[in-house]
Design a protein. Structure first.
Length: 361
């Protein structure tokens, strides 16, 4: 089976509409058929059938600029269905649509998949939306990163059509939330020798913004998904911000809940100078910053950027070293622990005797 070609049996629906603006709806839908050498009456019939399936009859001669976002994405579906694929691949196909249009189109996708006339046996969709995965999928696979791998696989036995407000649907959403939370915000492991871990690549303002928001919530806590929605960021970004705050001891993450600690409350009550002092002390205990401080002390308080980047690449080969270095510099500068001379390409340890001389050599 692994030796068989699947290209001819698969079609793709993209996140962006990926329509050629100088072609009509019918001409865009016909593109895959043209590439396969289908012509004449067979191509016209396939195009008409696909356009009818997605409900765009009457728009065959319209151009993309005349269509709404939802209609453009329907053209993308029609283009994929026109080649009669057995497998339909979808890369966040609703990501560029407004919520109402996306909801309507999701329901239509389920109807299309269940319609024997389409010939589609399998849908494979990539999504960041938990609700979307539960609404569409019969099998859900949660991926991890660094390096990419499967973290969890779960069956979704809910019958179609699925009701998003039903207790069974909400229970499945909660299960998937719990899996994602355990993946991105794992419970701390039993005490063990400290290992080098990367500091999350987030800004100082994002962490202080999270702490400030938690202060406004009852008991200083809330589910990470709610916090992401409150602050207008996606779940992955919020998870990174929470991990940074947790590494500094300002929050804990029991289960799906982010809880502000006493230390987190204290640091937010401090003036700017005291907050920087506290941050500096906590950064110095964080494994990555502790290693950099040790490296700087061994090098008389200053090291070349290239040396730091090489070290980061060795320890974290799956994380862009330049991005992690920029995070280190931002936090180090804020806490007045480190300084960076971009022109000279040198990182220095503040307060180290001789560091000032190293910066001006």
């Amino acid at each position: 089976m692994r030796q068989e070609r699947v290209l001819g049996a698969a079609a793709m629906v993209f996140q962006s509409f990926a329509l050629l603006p100088w072609l009509t709806v019918a001409e865009n839908v016909a593109m895959g058929l043209e590439a396969r050498g289908v012509d004449g009456a067979a191509r016209r019939d396939a195009v008409a059938r696909a356009i009818n399936l997605v409900g765009l009859d009457g728009f065959e001669q319209a151009y993309p600029k005349e269509l709404s976002g939802g209609m453009k994405q329907r053209v993308g579906f029609a283009r994929a269905l026109a080649v009669a694929p057995e497998i339909l691949l979808m890369d966040e196909p609703f990501g560029s649509l407004d919520p109402l249009t996306a909801e309507n189109l999701r329901s239509q996708v389920v109807d299309l998949w269940r319609d024997a006339a389409t010939g589609v046996n399998t849908l494979l969709i990539v999504t960041h939306s938990v609700e979307e995965a539960v609404f569409l999928a019969g099998r859900i696979v949660v991926f991890g990163s660094n390096p990419g791998h499967v973290r969890e696989e779960m069956a979704n036995p809910l019958p179609y059509p699925r009701q998003e407000r039903s207790p069974e649907f909400e229970e499945m959403v909660d299960r998937l939330h719990a899996i994602l939370t355990a993946t991105l915000l794992p419970e701390p492991a039993p005490a063990a020798p400290q290992r080098l871990v990367p500091f999350p690549r987030v800004h100082v303002s994002e962490v202080t913004g999270l702490l400030d928001h938690l202060l406004t919530r009852p008991d200083g806590k809330g589910p990470v998904f709610e916090l992401a929605e409150d602050l207008g960021v996606d779940y992955d970004r919020m998870s990174a911000v929470v991990r940074a705050a947790e590494q500094l001891g300002w929050v804990t993450t029991p289960g799906e809940i982010v809880q502000l600690t006493a230390a987190g409350r204290e640091v937010m009550a401090m003036d700017d100078a005291a907050r920087k002092d506290t941050t500096r002390a906590r950064l110095a205990k964080q494994p990555l910053f502790a290693r950099l401080v040790a490296m700087l002390k061994e090098s008389e308080g200053a090291v070349e950027d290239e040396e730091v980047l090489a070290d980061l690449t060795i320890y974290f080969p799956f994380i862009p070293a330049e991005s992690l270095f920029a995070t280190v510099v931002e936090w180090g500068r804020y806490a007045e622990l480190l300084d960076h001379d971009a022109d000279a390409g040198r990182l220095t340890l503040l307060g180290w005797e001789g560091a000032a001389e190293a910066r001006v050599e």
